[in-house]
Design a binder for this molecule. Sequence first.
Ligand code: AMP
Length: 288
Amino acid sequence: MTETTPMQSTTSISKMIKWQQDMKASRRKIGFVPTMGFLHEGHVALIKEAKKNNDCVAVSIFVNPTQFGPGEDYQAYPRDLDADVLLASQAGADIVFCPEVEEMYPTDGGIRIVPGPLAEQLCGASRPGHFDGVLKVVLKLVNIVQPDTVFFGMKDAQQLAIIETFFRDFNCPVTVVRVPTVRELDGLAKSSRNVNLSVQERNEAPAIYNAIQQAVVLVREGVTMEVVKQFVADALMEKTSGAVDYISILTYPQLEEPTDVSKDLIIACAIQFSKARLIDNIIFKREG
Ligand code: AMP
């Protein structure tokens, strides 16, 4: 694909399949970045990473209804397709796939994919069925795009662990690349949902990353996990008006209780603000 080829955009599954078949016919390696749109520098980092190691890059933009539970923010999820198409093109995407819900899910229900124990912790505990919906849409998208490599952000670390396990368990011939979390200058993880924070909540939100950074130091100093989690809870209650959904320290990517000292750890938390639920995490080694 040359620099001058204009980026394509399609809502059609059959056109998307035709594109990837053309790419494969000319032996081009396909990198794929699935997103829910309202793109920001985090998504741009994924697209640029995909561009580095592939001949062409497909980006999907689809706010997937099956991963939202009743009462969650499916309707309020921010959307701006025109801006997304521009940003994806500037970042180096060759095609944007932005299907309608009716095209992706022509019938209600159908087969569910149940991810099991990895999805019972963290966000999976608070959002029952969320990862069933994530796996279903990821499998559909990967079958449509048939990429060589697919790129996911470490901001959604549980999602990444589940998807890696899913592909491995089902021998999906696709490589997963983990991309580090991109942050605002004040440390807040970039997220499409940040736009739904009030001005006050936006000012408070950097406390999340601050607290989990301090927690990493405490774990490395040998402070017990329970005390560290309480420290984070206290900091978040003092410095934000949000409600703490969970604060967990587990092994990563197994998401088990951290008894095995040789394994990497994740400290992860979720905070519910008035109109946005934010998540963040740090993956780290016990020895700093
Ligand atoms: P989303 O559109 O929020 O579903 O995210 C699409 C992809 O972008 C997922 O793989 C996310 O993990 C990734 N992503 C979202 N925010 C960030 C960020 N701040 N840094 C890096 N990757 C991100």
